[in-house]
Design a protein around this ligand. Structure first.
Ligand code: PMP
Length: 406
């Protein structure tokens, strides 16, 4: 077999569908977010980023940067080993304590990314609880889906954000079997929010554990940035909260927060925890500074919500279709991969605005979109210019206007 020929043909069919993924090569500059330099074959161009998951701009916050600099000066670059073999530093331990406190849990456990934390924790729990059944929301992220698959546990998918369907599924399972209800608080592509209290009611009734991914909510919701479960006073009812340090906290890494026994169990059995180099201590120190800042400061969250509301208002006025939701994620619906990429390319090339097109398989075919993520560092002028540019492309290309198709 000519392997490269095979790879090339597969990639070509992706490209033919409009689903080949192109990177936009950016140079982020300290203190200048949301501005960045975009590298192109013909040189560089200044752009404004409208699709970053550094939701609050904490990746540029002076407190975060100085904690990272300080830790590099103190510890050097890498952790030097896995957590078990020389890679556990004081910074890792302090960060785990900070995270446990953030979520009002006795313990927390760090991973190298949010993806790994989901994959490793779900794999471990679902494969080692004897006869475990995982009830998985239909909209769950790939990292949870892969974890369930790898565990080989029985999986039942319940309808997205539907506690009644969850109850229908739970009622069919032998009450003696261990059960995990896995779901997210804010869904990353539609930006809709789970009915957490109702899901907890059902899970508790059937004796199931609750596994909540708050990746798109930590730092952003709740009085101390503990996520939707904090905002709704539900942290104590969730068995395990999973989060990332790479989005609102602006650094990198993932974690779970739960009981001491559960964290120790995952720590002891999860290959995705045991057999990989620990996060650099400087990342742990930076993430801790970010969490500490957002625990006591609401101003970033308030301004964030204000910017999101302003963007939505303008889209409504212009009749550019976008999904309604109660979160900070603004999906502008295009519904066609080629058009979606074309709009994104035009924004970048003609207007210096960067919004990555989101196509299949990240979202279902026919729901291709531009996922706009306003942040506190976008100015009124940035919003005005985004709207003017989008409006011009919408008119030139005679794209549909009106209320969003769901
Ligand atoms: N969970 C969800 C819902 C996500 O959207 C993502 C990443 N986009 C992750 C987990 C993985 O987090 P990380 O980027 O830290 O690996």
């Amino acid at each position: 077999m000519n392997y490269d020929e095979f790879f090339r043909a597969e990639l070509q069919s992706l490209a033919d569908e409009g689903n080949y993924r192109h990177f936009a090569e950016l140079e982020r500059r300290q203190g200048d977010f949301p501005r960045a330099r975009h590298h192109r074959p013909d040189g560089t161009k200044e752009v404004t980023v409208w699709c970053s998951n550094d939701y609050l701009g904490m990746g540029q916050h002076p407190a975060v940067l100085s904690a990272m600099h300080e830790a590099i000066d103190r510890c050097g670059a890498g952790a030097g080993g896995t957590r078990n073999i020389s890679g556990t530093t004081h910074d890792h331990v302090m960060l785990e304590q900070e995270l446990a406190d953030l979520h009002h849990k006795p313990a927390a456990l760090l991973f190298t990314s949010g993806y790994v934390s989901n994959w490793a924790a779900i794999t471990t729990l679902a494969s080692r609880l004897p006869g475990c059944v995982v009830l998985s929301d239909a909209g769950n992220h790939a990292s949870m889906i892969e974890g369930i698959r790898h565990s080989r546990a029985e999986k039942i998918i319940f309808k997205h954000n539907d506690p009644q369907d969850l109850e229908r599924c739970l009622a069919q399972i032998d009450p003696k079997r261990p059960k995990i209800v896995a779901f997210e608080s804010v869904y990353s592509m539609d930006g809709d929010i789970a009915p957490i209290a109702k899901i907890c009611d059902v899970a508790e009734k059937y004796g199931a554990m609750t596994y909540l991914d708050e990746v798109h909510a930590v730092g952003l919701y709740g009085l101390r940035g503990g996520g939707i479960a904090e905002r709704e006073g539900l942290m104590d009812r969730i068995t395990l909260i999973e989060g990332t340090l790479g989005k609102a906290f602006g650094v990198v890494g993932g974690y779970i927060a739960a009981s001491t026994e559960l964290c120790d169990f995952v720590r002891s059995f999860a290959s995705g925890f045991i057999f990989t180099t620990a996060l650099p201590p400087a990342c742990a120190a930076a993430a801790r500074a970010s969490i500490q800042h957002l625990k006591q400061s609401n101003s970033e969250r308030e301004r964030h919500q204000n910017r999101v509301a302003a963007v939505r208002r303008q889209l409504d006025i212009m009749g550019v279709p976008h999904l309604k939701n109660d979160s900070h994620i603004v999906p502008v619906m295009v519904g066609n991969p080629v058009k979606c990429k074309m709009i994104s390319d035009r924004l970048l090339q003609d207007y210096g605005i960067y919004v990555q097109p989101i196509n299949y398989p990240t979202v279902p075919k026919g729901t291709e979109r531009l996922r706009i993520t306003p942040s506190p560092v976008h100015s009124d002028e940035d919003i005005r210019y985004l709207m003017e540019s989008l409006g011009a492309i919408w008119s030139e290309c005679a794209l549909a206007r009106g209320v969003a198709a769901a």
